[in-house]
Design a protein around this ligand. Structure first.
Ligand SMILES: O=C(O)CCC(=O)C(=O)O
Ligand SMILES: [Fe+2]
Length: 303
């Protein structure tokens, strides 16, 4: 049932929690909801082997890396019904937008049913479609998601909110998406935390004024960006830290707080993803949030 296989060193926690959840819109028993909530907040990946996304024939016809040109993702803003990052035009563009809108809606329903504790507190962010094979893709080390990292957004500060992501493998040839999952956030923070610097006061308004960021970059956002870069930039850490390799089969779904779970996508092609933002005070164990953990290390408020 669990797709994890041991890789190099073993990890002392089991970061993949499988749930036999049958459908996007089913409300599970309260005990299951509690299990999902606590696994997620403790840094687990919730694996839903029975949740697939139905791709329509005219949508599969558009499955090709060509639709993104030199980019890696098609992106969709569900709030504005706006598609970006693709050269597709006319009917094809409309078909793609409809597919992403449908996925975005189903992912939102899933989060609502699995995590009633967050009801009314979740902000739906962007949706993406990822048609490019990961293995062998050429990128700068900073954008290279085959290196273990936690997520942080350079242009879109989260102001301490959690990044919750739902992923569905829609590979039409039945190929898995292979990830590495690294050590718990506590261990990451212990290793890299002392080297993280508070940003220079006065820099954040300048970055906003220059439109480098869409809103004010908080000290928390600045530290998470440094953490993302330090993890990706450390070759020895990439090789030696405790980690698991996980195959997520085609037609399966998984979700995680990707600002907390160290992850790397190693291979696979065709995936849908929906991002949500969750305020720390909606969590049942807020002390486990990166905001609180980094705040404790620095001995100050970071937002
Ligand atoms: O595309 C993937 O499978 C995951 C890439 C990644 O690091 C992310 O979406 O945060
Ligand atoms: Fe990531």
């Amino acid at each position: 049932m669990t797709p994890a296989r041991n890789n190099r060193q073993s990890v002392d926690h089991l970061p993949i929690d499988a749930f036999r959840h049958p459908a996007w819109d089913v409300e599970p028993a309260p005990a299951v909801q509690q299990g999902v909530l606590s696994a997620l907040e403790r840094g687990g990946v919730i694996f839903l082997p029975e949740i697939g996304f139905t791709v329509l024939p005219r949508e599969v016809d558009l499955f090709s890396p060509r639709i993104v040109g030199s980019l890696k993702n098609v992106s969709f803003d569900p709030a504005r019904d706006q598609l970006g990052g693709t050269s597709a035009a006319g009917d094809d563009r409309h078909t793609l937008a409809k597919m992403l809108a449908r996925f975005s809606e189903q992912a939102s329903v899933l989060v609502d049913r699995l995590l009633p504790a967050y009801r009314g507190r979740v902000t739906r962010g962007r949706t993406s479609f990822r048609p490019v094979e990961i293995a062998g893709r050429k990128t700068s080390w900073r954008k290279d998601d085959t290196r273990l990292h936690v997520d942080a957004f350079p242009a879109t500060p989260v102001h301490g909110r959690r990044i919750l992501r739902v992923f569905t493998n829609v590979n039409p040839d039945g190929r898995p998406r292979t990830w590495r999952v690294g050590e718990p956030f506590d261990a990451i923070a212990e290793r890299f935390g002392p080297a993280l610097r508070l940003p220079v006061p006065g820099l954040a308004p300048v970055l906003q004024w220059l439109h480098v960021t869409k809103s004010r970059r908080t000290p928390y956002d600045a530290m998470m960006l440094q953490l993302h870069d330090r993890m990706k930039g450390d070759d020895a850490y990439q090789r030696q830290c405790a980690q698991l390799t996980v195959d997520f089969p085609a037609r399966s779904t998984w979700m995680a707080f990707t600002d907390q779970v160290s992850h790397a996508a190693m291979s696979g092609q065709y995936q849908l993803e929906q991002t949500f933002l969750v305020p720390v005070d909606a969590m049942s164990e807020a002390d486990r949030s990166p905001l609180r953990i980094l705040g404790r290390i620095k001995g100050r408020r970071l937002t």
